[in-house]
Design a protein around this ligand. Structure first.
Ligand SMILES: *Cc1c(COP(=O)(O)O)cnc(C)c1O
Length: 343
């Protein structure tokens, strides 16, 4: 069976981690600081703080951009529950916004309609498809740019804070980990202050959101072949989507993306989607439902499904094919044969 996802770990990664194991710094240390510098370099400036997860980066960005008790935070309803968790941790209230049905992203008109009073919005580049951050910012809101499904530096980083994840399935797979980046160094300094809880002169609530050097070394090593990772993902995406089964479409926005995170197909209806999943399984290709209906954030919050027609209409029709640089040419051929063999 070809797995749906696999990290690409090569000999250079093993050596990088081994060097850290030998260095004596396995927890927070010089590799974490070097990763923070790397991120700023790739982003062309600004500064960053490496953290234990993308969710921690979301939470601290919310906190340091002023989200507090009872504040409304706009979130796209088609997104992972980490967004709700981060907002809840900040003591704020998540306001789900329906998506643009073509690229699954929050749009400025949807935001105005669904969350007119929110001051802060979390905008996700869903599966790597570029979300119109500038359009959302022009509504006067503070935008936290959730770039967890993109390669670092793929998009310019217009949000007040940009958030990355290094979870095992993400474009840079550190096991766990994340980072917050901003052009505004004050925000990043405050995030550093919150994370660096130990041995401080004063006490205010802080928290251990540290990343370990072992993880940072792994991420840095992969970041060195950033261009190669992008090229491989782009190549596989273009190849698979040129073999779409009849009646199937694809998520908009990924053909133009530098680094597609997932190859998401849109079936004509749920029955066809499920028939393809069964066919794919039979062919030894693990395709998945990238987001289930019950995972839509408005469903978790018990809001009326009829208020979110775009997300409700698309969620049962999507499936995701294996798409990662560790996929061998032979396996990619099998994915193509699976697509071509579906009638
Ligand atoms: C993965 C992900 C997160 C959370 O990142 P973790 O490192 O798993 O906490 C948040 N938002 C999006 C869009 C993600 O894909």
């Amino acid at each position: 069976m070809i797995p749906h996802n696999q990290p690409w770990i090569n000999e250079a990664d093993r050596q990088a981690v081994d060097a850290i194991l030998s260095s004596g710094y396995v927890g927070h240390g010089p590799a974490v600081e070097a990763l923070e510098a790397d991120i700023a370099t790739v982003m062309g400036g600004g500064s960053s703080c490496a953290l234990s997860s993308g969710t921690a980066a979301l939470y601290l960005s919310l906190l340091k951009l002023g989200a507090g008790c009872g504040d409304r935070i706009a979130v796209p309803t088609y997104a992972c529950s980490a967004l709700l968790n981060a907002v809840a941790m900040a003591g704020a209230v998540a306001e789900p916004v329906d998506i643009d049905p073509s690229d699954f992203n929050m749009s400025a008109p949807a935001l105005a309609a669904y969350s007119p009073d929110s001051r802060i919005a979390i905008a996700v580049h869903t599966y790597g498809a570029r979300c119109d951050i500038e359009g959302i910012e022009s509504s006067g809101r503070i935008v936290i740019e959730d770039a967890c499904q993109t390669m670092i530096g793929e998009y310019p980083g217009t949000g007040s804070a940009v958030v990355y994840s290094f979870y095992a399935t993400k474009p840079l797979a550190g096991g766990h980990g994340g980072a917050a980046w901003s052009r505004d160094s004050r925000i990043v300094e405050e995030i550093h202050d919150y994370r660096n809880f130990d041995g401080r002169r004063n006490w205010v609530p802080r928290f251990n959101f540290h990343m370990a050097d072992i993880q940072a070394g792994l991420v840095r090593s992969q970041l060195q072949r950033r261009e190669e990772i992008i090229r491989q993902r782009r190549r596989l995406y273009d190849r698979f989507t040129s073999h779409l089964p009849a009646g199937f479409g694809m998520q908009a926005g990924l053909s133009q993306a530098a680094c597609p995170y997932r190859c998401v197909l849109v079936a004509p209806d749920r029955a066809e989607r499920d028939r393809f999943l069964a066919h794919s399984e039979e062919r030894g290709v693990r395709s998945i439902v990238p987001l289930e209906r019950y995972e839509l954030l408005h469903r978790y919050l018990g809001l009326q499904p009829e208020l979110f027609p775009a997300a409700e209409a698309v969620v049962d029709r999507t499936l995701s094919l294996p798409l990662y640089p560790a996929l061998t040419d032979q396996d990619a051929d099998r994915v193509v044969a699976c697509l071509d063999g579906f009638h």
